[in-house]
Design a protein around this ligand. Sequence first.
Ligand code: SAM
Length: 286
Amino acid sequence: MSELIIKTRDALLQAGISPRKSLSQNFLINKNVLNRQIKFANLTEEDIVLEIGGGTGLLTEQLAKASGKVYSIEYDRKLAQYLKTKFQSHSNVTILAGDALKLDFPEVTKFIANLPYHISSPITFRLLDYDFELAVLMYQYEFARRMVAKPRTDDYSRLSANLQFQAEVEILERVPRNCFLPMPKVDSALVQIKPKKEKLPISKKYYRITSRILFNTKNKLVCSVLYDYFKRIIPKEERFAFKRQLDESLSFANSRVRELSIEDLVKTTGEIMEFLQASNQLNLLK
Ligand code: SAM
């Protein structure tokens, strides 16, 4: 039996828990994957790391060895207590008990974690609201494919569009399901996220709103999706003129949403903003 399986079982016993599916408690038990995750993180003494989902602390331990400071958030009260005891003599580790979707994050340079998969989407959007240099995160493989998907593919989604607007995203490696205890039904992947250094070309708020509206029905034409969205709030007698003006204002009116690149989406967001601003109706974009 591998060293990490024994350590994980011991830790769970000491913490007094059996893994809970509802908390995505699948613990990494493959030492080579763990070592590669640390290597990908490229940590130095200067780094301050945030781990989301400390679990039994095996990754936390390696992060603490390789960086200046580690914060680890753990939602499970018993595991958080176990981690606090385990790391009480480590002056560079702080365990934060609570929900990673609600706690304020400390200032960090890197996010390194084997994420609880049931919060993959909201936690990823949350990370994008913070300043950081690099994230090396474990996701479900299917989710990771959506993160890196390109236009005109089935996996291209609101997630791909939002993530790639702000960051360079790359799948570092596929991680087989048998690297976790208990073994999940699907494979995982280590993903690298590097926020773009240059200033965003358009307001993040409006880009996110536009892509949310558009990707609601990504196989439809841009003009139809937008018209369907806005028509609820436009008086009946003004709808025809509204649609005509909308079509004329958009460079990609007759493209399908799934065909739009990040640059096309930026352009479309700008054009929608201009179009609505002209009639003092930017508040419709919400
Ligand atoms: N870091 C460990 C590892 O590498 O094996 C554990 C990873 S496990 C996939 C995810 C961990 O996130 C579990 O310990 C779980 O209790 C914790 N967790 C679940 N929901 C959470 C939340 N909302 N906020 C913080 N931690 C959470």
